[in-house]
Design a protein around this ligand. Structure first.
Ligand code: HEC
Ligand code: HEC
Length: 223
């Protein structure tokens, strides 16, 4: 398992990992020593504040609209936390859930704390969550997903180089909600959010029914 403690070395670490996985721990440990010294709390301790909404195993809680995050790649978790911190996500006045999460991300003190909690969350083994979009049509969802695969991967595995998150096996209600937020310009329209804008442009072309079809389909894909 790749362990990266500092966001600044994360990209380099993973490039190294792609070239020679064995070298990663060594390189990241060396490069991140100064950043690690800034970690005042461990990932596990930091996660205590997250568990209230995301659950002890990162399994999420639909009642508070907090998605399952356990087992997501650490690069994505860290990147989103920083995007919340820097107002690229969760600042739109109509984004009630994003606003709540943005406030939480801003409690993290440093990049090193972001990296530590992201690493901890990525190691959590999440329980499966039940499907909730019972009206989703799998065949339509699968057909639509062909338009997504070039960025999110053939099996919805995500792509670190393109900085697209995994979608396979995710909470259907969360995926559905996010696509609707992109479509409505509530996510992906903040000044400077080039990544979100890519997804916003795609979402703008999807009709409302298809959103639940593709979200229901994605829930059936194995992680
Ligand atoms: C008060 C409840 C609450 C707490 C506490 C909380 N979150 Fe969240 N989190 C949410 C909600 C709600 C969302 C969904 C935001 C949205 O709809 O855009 C979210 C979204 C996220 C996402 C984005 C997931 C994705 O797929 O893009 C990450 C990562 C995350 N939270 C990590 C954390 C971490 C790490 C902590 C602790 C430092 C934390 N959260 C604490 C409520 C919370
Ligand atoms: C041009 C590349 C591209 C295509 C095509 C694309 N996406 Fe995305 N998508 C992205 C990027 C980049 C992000 C990350 C945005 C961010 O970090 O806020 C993203 C984020 C998402 C998210 C947010 C997930 C989360 O954890 O919050 C969902 C859901 C999503 N995409 C669904 C889809 C679906 C469904 C399709 C096909 C209909 C699709 N995407 C096609 C680039 C793309």
């Amino acid at each position: 398992m790749i362990r990266c403690y500092s966001i600044s070395v994360l990209a380099g670490c993973c490039v190294v990992a792609a070239l020679a996985t064995a070298g990663c721990n060594h390189v990241s440990a060396q490069a991140s020593d100064p950043a690690r010294e800034q970690v005042s709390l461990t990932g596990s301790e930091l996660y205590g504040a997250c568990a209230a909404c995301h659950g002890a195993s990162g399994e999420g809680n639909a009642a508070v609209r907090a998605p399952r995050i356990g087992g997501l790649p650490s690069w994505y978790i860290a990147s989103e936390l920083q995007r919340f911190q820097h107002n690229l996500r969760g600042k739109h006045p109509d984004d009630a859930d994003g606003l709540r999460m943005r406030a939480m991300a801003r409690q993290l003190f440093s990049d090193a704390e972001v990296a530590a909690v992201a690493e901890y969350v990525s190691q959590l083994v999440p329980v499966s969550t039940a499907a909730s979009l019972t009206a989703g049509d799998m065949a339509s969802g699968e057909a639509l997903y062909a338009e997504c695969a070039s960025c999110h991967g053939a099996r919805g595995e995500g792509d670190e180089q393109l900085r697209t998150p995994p979608l396979a096996g995710r909470d259907d209600w969360y995926i559905d909600k996010q696509i609707r937020k992109f479509r409505a310009g509530v996510r992906g329209t903040a000044a400077g959010d080039e990544l979100g804008r890519q997804m916003q442009a795609v979402a703008a072309t999807i009709d409302a029914d298809s959103i639940q079809h593709v979200s229901a389909y994605l829930h059936t894909l194995s992680r």
